[in-house]
Design a protein around this ligand. Structure first.
Ligand SMILES: Nc1ncnc2c1ncn2[C@@H]1O[C@H](COP(=O)(O)OP(=O)(O)OP(=O)(O)O)[C@@H](O)[C@H]1O
Ligand SMILES: [Mg+2]
Length: 338
């Protein structure tokens, strides 16, 4: 009888980041980042300006050197490979297209440099142009394209290289809100659910919630929480995550015993009696809803109600206990419900 060959353990697929850090002199730009992104998964890196989002992408792409940590792609340690050998595609905020070249030539350039045969090059470019609906625009120069079209060219160039990992740094920040909303499903269809992991940087929380399977929130180079949009919204790890996700922002009220009470504006409701007395200061009418700015003895409140809700000058507001989020007022960590 022939014994079966032992099967080697299969390398864990996707991207794995272990203890990744970047320090410059005294400053820590990224501190001990650990996370995994599965094949076809889209992870949004979310956080305010300067929190380390671009720093993280540049480390993954090999454009900057890490001070510590490892990056594994499908089990291979790529940390020491040069940017050119990583097969990682990065789409920059500025798109970085060559202004004097046509769309097709912008796409061809990278492949030409790598010595690909003309026939194969043409075929690949055509396939990507079709995928991104750019065939009719292929002879135009970047200046003759709209922002959304340029964004698609930058994406086409990234996908052409058949990368093992796709990194996007605020790819839609140059576009207006309406176009961003239109492009979100298109980007999701193109990028997510394929075989490569996608790391998508944005500081627009709505974009992160709409685009990504999971969201990682960064603050001052430190990971605060990673999870689905819903997990982060309903069970934020701390006050920072609670305040960063959700617009209008969560109300944070001082409470007894070094605690702080968080209440989302949509969870406040007007009641006849037995609620917190409040006075209406201002309102914003949004068509589908209205945002009320209230003043109360416990602090100012934002309350989101139906657009046709009648509005007396003074009212009482209440909320359901299960919607209370409690935070330690010093550390900001979320506390178990009480
Ligand atoms: N080469 C550098 N030298 C010194 N500091 C740097 C360098 N590059 C970035 N930084 C600093 O590192 C921090 C993180 O920068 P990073 O570009 O990663 O922020 P970001 O999250 O991408 O912000 P934004 O949303 O504004 O693009 C910032 O405080 C920035 O000033
Ligand atoms: Mg950035």
């Amino acid at each position: 009888m022939i014994n079966a060959m032992p099967v080697p353990p299969s390398p864990s697929p996707g991207l794995r980041i272990e203890g990744l850090s970047r320090r410059l002199g005294e400053r820590t730009l990224l501190a001990d980042l650990n996370l995994e992104v599965g094949p076809g998964e889209c992870l949004a890196l979310l956080g305010p300006s300067g929190c380390g989002k671009t720093t993280t992408l540049r480390l993954l792409a090999g454009l900057d050197a890490a001070s510590a940590g490892r990056i594994l792609l499908d089990g291979d340690d790529i940390s020491r490979l040069s940017a050119g050998d990583r097969r990682v595609a990065m789409v920059f905020q500025s798109y970085a297209l060559y202004p004097h070249l046509s769309v097709a030539d912008n796409l061809a350039l990278g492949l030409r440099i790598r010595g690909m045969a003309a026939r194969e090059r043409e075929e690949r470019i055509m396939a990507v142009l079709e995928l991104l609906q750019l065939v009719e625009l292929r002879l135009r120069r970047p200046a003759q394209l709209s922002g959304g079209q340029r964004q698609r060219v930058a994406l086409a160039r990234a996908l052409l290289r058949q990368p093992r990992l796709v990194l996007l740094d605020e790819p839609m920040s140059n576009l207006d809100a309406q176009l961003r909303e239109e492009l979100r499903p298109e980007l999701r269809r193109l990028l997510c659910g394929g075989s490569q992991p996608v790391v998508y940087v944005t500081h627009d929380q709505q974009e992160a919630m709409g685009m990504a399977d999971r969201i990682a929130v960064l603050r001052e180079g430190r990971l605060q929480q990673i999870g689905s949009a819903r997990e982060l919204y309903e069970k934020p790890a701390n006050r920072f995550v609670a305040a960063f996700l959700g617009r209008p922002a969560i109300n944070l009220l001082p409470a007894e015993g070094q605690r702080q009470l968080g209440l989302r504006p949509e969870h406040l409701v007007p009641v006849e009696t037995g609620g917190l007395a409040a006075r209406l200061q201002q309102r914003e009418w949004w068509g589908h809803q209205q945002l009320l700015w209230l003043e109360s003895a416990r602090g100012d409140l934002r309350m989101l109600v139906a657009a046709d809700q009648p509005l007396p000058e003074t009212l009482e507001v209440s909320w359901r206990p299960e919607h209370e989020l409690w935070f330690d007022s010093h550390s900001g960590e979320r506390l178990a419900a009480s």
